[in-house]
Design a protein around this ligand. Structure first.
Ligand code: GLU
Length: 302
């Protein structure tokens, strides 16, 4: 007789780079952390290309990222998926949000939103819900979701409890942009669920997106993974490292040196290994000692 396996689902993690430039020191930290967490837990590690925004995409960047990861010893355990080809999944999720009465068309331009926020005393970027009751004859541009005046909290494995009152701190957010492109918030939760991701390990610059994602998961009846947000790499001016803030491509000829630097950024002491295999073996051991097994981690709660 077939019996369902006992216990929590087996670990599945992912690295989800945007193909807006070559892999750099900052993205390597996120890649290494997610890879080590998967390996430390005997899990699966997937690469997903977040090519949702063709105007910001750099030709050849996705291939470059995947090749650099491979040169550094990190390869996806299953075929790589591209968000750019998954519109039907996002469309289905949007249809569910619409059926639940949670999505609405918004006619406001960027300028309208800045003015409205200034008038209503809300923090910059928080949409005050102007079009919730309709666009008053103006053509709808983006599609937004109606967030509740509710605190969404979760326990990050590294940063501890993180809470946000969505309506006041975020506002109704965009799920499909005015130019018709899918918003990251929707695509990421659809794909994390569709790929059975149990553990999200990514840069701490995204922690303030997480309550929105957890709320969307709950609205759509999708499971919430565990989250671990790792320190982001900044430049001398304190800005998150990106192509726009001066990140340079990684040196593939010095994979071990680059990996050691990413490792130190993750808060560990330099390993000083003489081979990549020795580096990974020791790093997996030390990572496991620090970050434990998923079964010991408390899942997201409200
Ligand atoms: N594409 C995002 C980035 O490159 C990562 C998104 C995620 O891990 O959820 O920063």
């Amino acid at each position: 007789m077939n019996q369902a396996p006992a216990g929590p689902p087996a670990y599945r993690g992912r690295f989800a780079p945007s193909p807006t430039g070559a892999l750099h020191a900052g993205s390597l930290v996120a890649a290494l952390a997610s890879w080590l967490d998967a390996r430390a837990h005997g899990g699966i590690w997937l690469v997903r290309i977040e090519d949702l925004d063709p105007p910001r995409e750099v030709a050849g960047a996705a291939r470059e990222i995947v090749e650099t990861l491979a040169a550094f010893g990190m390869e996806s355990d299953a075929p790589i998926v591209n968000q750019g080809r998954r519109g039907a999944l996002y469309e289905a999720a949007l249809a569910r949000l619409q059926a639940l009465g949670l999505a609405y068309g918004c006619a406001c331009s960027r300028r309208d939103i800045e003015e409205l926020a200034a008038q209503s005393g809300l923090p910059a970027g928080v949409y005050p819900g102007t079009c919730r009751a309709g666009t008053r004859g103006r053509p709808a541009r983006a599609l937004r979701v109606r967030v509740p005046a509710q605190v969404i909290a979760f326990d990050d494995r590294a940063c501890g409890r993180y809470a946000q009152q969505l309506e006041r701190e975020v506002g109704d957010f965009v799920v499909r942009r005015a130019d018709g492109l899918w918003a990251y918030q929707l695509a990421v939760i659809v794909d994390d669920a569709e790929q059975g991701i149990t553990d999200v390990v990514r840069g701490a610059d995204l922690i303030d997106n997480t309550p929105r994602q957890i709320w969307l998961q709950r609205a759509l009846g999708l499971p919430t993974p565990r989250y671990l947000h790792v320190p982001v790499v900044t430049n001398a001016a304190g800005e998150k490292l990106s192509k726009q803030t001066g990140a340079v491509a990684l040196d593939r000829a010095d994979a071990l040196g680059e990996l050691e630097r990413a490792w130190v950024h993750l808060g560990f002491e330099r390993i000083g290994a003489d081979s990549r295999a020795a580096f990974f073996a020791r790093a997996i051991e030390l990572w496991r000692a620090r970050w434990g097994m998923p079964s010991t981690i408390v899942p997201a709660t409200n």
